[in-house]
Design a protein around this ligand. Sequence first.
Ligand SMILES: Nc1ncnc2c1ncn2[C@@H]1O[C@H](COP(=O)(O)OP(=O)(O)O)[C@@H](O)[C@H]1O
Ligand SMILES: [Mg+2]
Length: 212
Amino acid sequence: MILVVGGEKGGAGKSCIAQNLSVWLKREGHDVLLLDADPQKTSYLWAQERLSNNQLIELPVEHATGDLRRLLQDRAKRYAAIVVDVGGADSVTLRSAMTVATHILFPLRPKRRDLKTLENLEHLVSLTLPVNPDVIVRTVISQAPTLPSQITRILDAKDACTSFGLKALNAIVYNRNVYDDADESGSSVIELGTDPKASDEIKQLATELWSI
Ligand SMILES: Nc1ncnc2c1ncn2[C@@H]1O[C@H](COP(=O)(O)OP(=O)(O)O)[C@@H](O)[C@H]1O
Ligand SMILES: [Mg+2]
C-alpha cells in the first residue's frame, strides 16, 4: 500500500496525519516506511526526534522530492506500507506520487481557503486516474472545530468535497492540543495517550481508510 497524503495548502494537517497514521500502522504490526516528500522535512525531522526517545517504536523514514515513481516502486518491494507526506503545493513530487499511489488522502480544514483548493485537487485527480485507475481518493476534514455549534461548518465542507467529485471520509480529525504536543515531542497522539478522543479518531481514520 502506498498512501499519499497531499494537497495544495500548508498547515492543513498533512504531516500530522501522515505521522499519526504511520505510527498506527507500525503498532498494528505492518512493515511501514514514512517517506517525507516535503522540502521542509517536517516529518523527517519529527522521526529523527523519535530516535532520542527509546520508548517510541522505531519508524523507518526517508526524505526525497522530485519524481518519486521509481523510488516508490522500489520501496514497495521492501515495505508493506508506505506513507508519503507531500508538501503543500501542486508539484512534480505530488503528481508523480499520485500516479503510483494505492490511496490518496487530502486533508482539508473546513475553511474557505482550503476548500478553494478543491477545484485543482479534482483536476489533479482527473490527470491521475487515466494512468492509475484503481487508486482510492478521499478527503478528510482536519482541524475541525469541536464546538457542537460549528457542526454545519464540517457538513458544508463535506458537501463542498462531494460537489467536486471527491468523497470525504466519515472519520474527522478535530482541532486538539494533543496533536501539537505530539508533533513537538516526536510522538503521536496514540503514544502520548493523553487525549483518548484524539487516539480514537486516528484509529477510526486508519481503519476506515484501510477497509476501503
Ligand atoms: N488536528 C489538529 N489539531 C490541532 N493542531 C493541529 C492538528 N493538525 C495539525 N495541527 C498543527 O497545525 C500545524 C500544521 O500542521 P501540519 O501537519 O504540519 O500541516 P501540513 O503538513 O499540512 O503543512 C502544526 O503545528 C500541527 O501540530
Ligand atoms: Mg507538512
